[in-house]
Design a protein around this ligand. Structure first.
Ligand code: F6R
Length: 603
């Protein structure tokens, strides 16, 4: 969703701000803006639409300021427009603010400020921040007091950067429930909502915790929740620049699909080996705890939830412990039955998804043990969970998740094997699955290498309006994920159905020429799904089949045979490619699909 960049430097900052915003484009946005302090004034430039629109109104030669803040906005309160774009400023032009998050009591604050004679020019919740700062500044005559009093009044979530000519050479920073990192780097001090925006300048980051503040000037001064000065240690993030480059690929999504074997290998490195039981860093579960465990919940959103479904399949098959998989936004309102004998696993690539974090907080209140599975170091979810397991997929930039999904599935399967090993159950199955997991990257490369064939198949489907994906068991979960990928980036409607359910209603929609994608990798259910495919074929459907069986027909995508517990890791790859090629064929922006944001920080 929204992105933030701030720079304090000895040289001009406009280019750096825009470059930082471009790195954050993947988060999804609909307007962009910058504010620069120069010659004792704040200059704000902003516009609706892409960063290119903003750049078109920037004259870099005249923007000589060495302190600035910048923002990409994903509309929540107020339509996407120039007026609603950040930065926002008070009428007296004392305070310019960029903000991620939501000020929940903004209407009440706005009402109060209007009664005090202040006026507003946008529909946003954010605008109350600079106006409130001006109100308190007029009362106290002190910027830091005004900052403190303003933060005291705000309810909700925020990552905030403020610049003011009243404290030149300074950016004021505050964080609550929305990520913010700072770094001291080449020729400047940097602040951003996400590491990629500033990784070019430093690898050592300060991660602000909730309610912490900072003042960036010649150095960074940190303040704790009581506004007392405090020290913070930096943490090194070892990402190379090419991790956030397209590296010769046309799109990030294509690059990330190709990176999947490496992402899985990195995720399981040090965890899975043939001669040792599985072990995790800073995480273990006792045999006595696992024996008492009544149930497991896996809670997540979107693709991460689909990874959770594959996790359910694995844990139930390997450990014989019942698993419920819930969409986070539903779980929260279902009054779930949890206690200390419930293990709750929360999966989130970004670690910032508001619904998943709220669900996690609820599980903790109800005394369940909580484990976060995330790809982003120090993300918000890691601070809420009892334990964190990291996927090491590297930064995922494309909005449509691919390598994070594969890594989540791999990690949850490893967790299932771990629990089974602790329980001394199914030793032979565990051993053979570990072997399979270690062989997977090579098999994935084999599947990836057939991508030209997937492109040919995709070409046949480009003009479709409605598609079906069907499968059973884990193949159904792959169908759900394949269908989501298609919807997200190609804007083609599709439905994923459990193959056996088709005849209970949706088969009525099958007509001559309807495409049905069948996934058939589980030998136990393959005959049944193949029969369901025959049923739709008899009604005129065009079948695309993804299978590890020896079937010789047109439009069959063969993938290598592997245990059905982990077959989704192979079966999803052709479906990712098909979605990608269809979107490309339609001339769409695959990395930044309309209306979507990479990290969904609103509920
Ligand atoms: C789909 C996709 C989304 C995310 C979902 C959860 O390709 O990326 O469905 O999976 O928004 O996001 P995280 O995993 O960051 O919690």
């Amino acid at each position: 969703m929204c992105g933030i960049v701030g720079v304090v430097s000895k040289s001009k900052v406009a280019h750096k701000l825009i470059k930082g915003l471009k790195t954050l484009e993947y988060r999804g946005y609909d307007s962009a803006g910058i504010a620069i302090l120069q010659d004792g004034d704040i200059t704000i430039l902003k516009d609706k639409g892409r960063i290119a629109n903003l750049e078109a109104i920037i004259n870099y030669d005249s923007l000589t300021g060495t302190i600035g803040i910048a923002h990409t906005r994903w509309a929540t309160h107020g339509v996407p427009s120039k007026e609603n774009a950040h930065p926002h400023m008070d009428q007296n032009k004392h305070f310019a603010v960029v903000h991620n998050g939501i000020i929940e009591n903004y209407l009440e604050l706005k009402d109060f400020l209007e009664n005090q004679g202040f006026s507003f020019s946008s529909q946003t919740d954010t605008e109350v921040i600079p106006v409130l700062m001006e109100y308190y500044y007029q009362k106290t005559g002190n910027v830091m007091d005004a900052f403190k009093d303003t933060l005291n009044d705000l309810k909700g979530s925020y990552a905030i950067l403020v610049i003011t000519p009243l404290l030149p050479n300074t950016i004021l920073v505050a964080k609550k429930n929305s990520p913010l990192v700072l770094g001291i780097g080449n020729n400047g001090i940097y602040a951003a909502s996400d590491i990629p925006a500033i990784i070019e300048y430093t690898k050592d980051f300060y991660f602000l915790q909730d309610d912490e503040k900072a003042v960036i000037g010649d150095d960074i001064v940190f303040y704790d929740k009581d506004f007392q000065k405090t020290d913070k240690e930096s943490k090194t993030i070892d990402w190379e620049m090419d991790a956030i480059d397209k590296n010769g690929f046309e799109d990030y999504m294509l690059k990330e699909i190709h990176e999947q074997p490496e992402a899985l290998k990195n995720t399981l490195n040090g965890i899975v080996s043939l001669n040792n039981p599985i072990s995790f860093v800073n995480f273990s579960l006792d045999k006595s705890y696992l024996e008492k465990l009544k149930q497991i919940y896996i809670v997540a959103c979107g693709t991460a939830m689909h990874a959770g479904l594959v996790g359910k399949y694995a844990i139930e098959k390997i450990c014989r412990i019942p698993v419920n998989v819930e969409v986070a936004s539903e779980f929260r309102y279902q009054d779930p039955i949890l206690d200390e004998n419930t293990l709750c696993i929360f999966i989130s690539q970004s670690g910032e998804t508001a619904d998943t974090i709220a669900a996690l907080k609820l599980a903790r209140e109800k005394k369940a043990k909580t484990v976060a599975v995330t790809n982003v170091f120090e993300s918000s979810i890691t601070r809420e969970a009892d334990y964190t397991l990291y996927t090491h997929a590297g930064p995922e930039i494309a909005v449509a998740s691919t390598k994070a999904y594969i890594s989540q599935v791999g990690l949850i399967v490893a967790l299932a094997i771990y629990m089974s090993e602790v329980l001394d159950k199914n030793t032979d199955l565990c051993q053979s699955l570990k072997r399979d997991l270690m062989n997977l990257p090579d098999l994935m490369n084999e599947v990836i290498s057939n991508n030209q064939y997937y492109q040919e198949i995709a070409k046949k489907m480009t003009k479709e309006q409605d598609l079906f994906y069907i499968g059973r068991g884990n193949d159904y979960y792959t169908a759900l994920e394949g269908s989501l990928k298609l919807k997200e980036i190609s804007y083609i409607h599709s439905e994923a159905y459990a193959a056996g359910e088709l005849k209970h209603g949706p088969i009525a929609l099958i007509e001559n020429g309807t495409f049905v994608v069948g996934i058939v990798t589980d030998p136990i259910t393959s005959e049944k799904t193949l029969s369901n495919l025959e049923e739709v074929k008899a009604r005129g459907a065009n079948i695309i089949l993804v299978t590890n069986q020896d079937i010789k027909k047109d439009n069959v995508i063969h993938i290598p045979h592997i245990n059905s517990i982990i077959s989704p890791i192979l079966a999803i790859i052709p479906l990712q490619f098909i979605a990608y090629f269809i979107a490309k064929e339609k001339g769409l922006d695959v990395d930044k699909p309309r209306n979507l944001a990479k990290s969904v920080t609103v509920e």
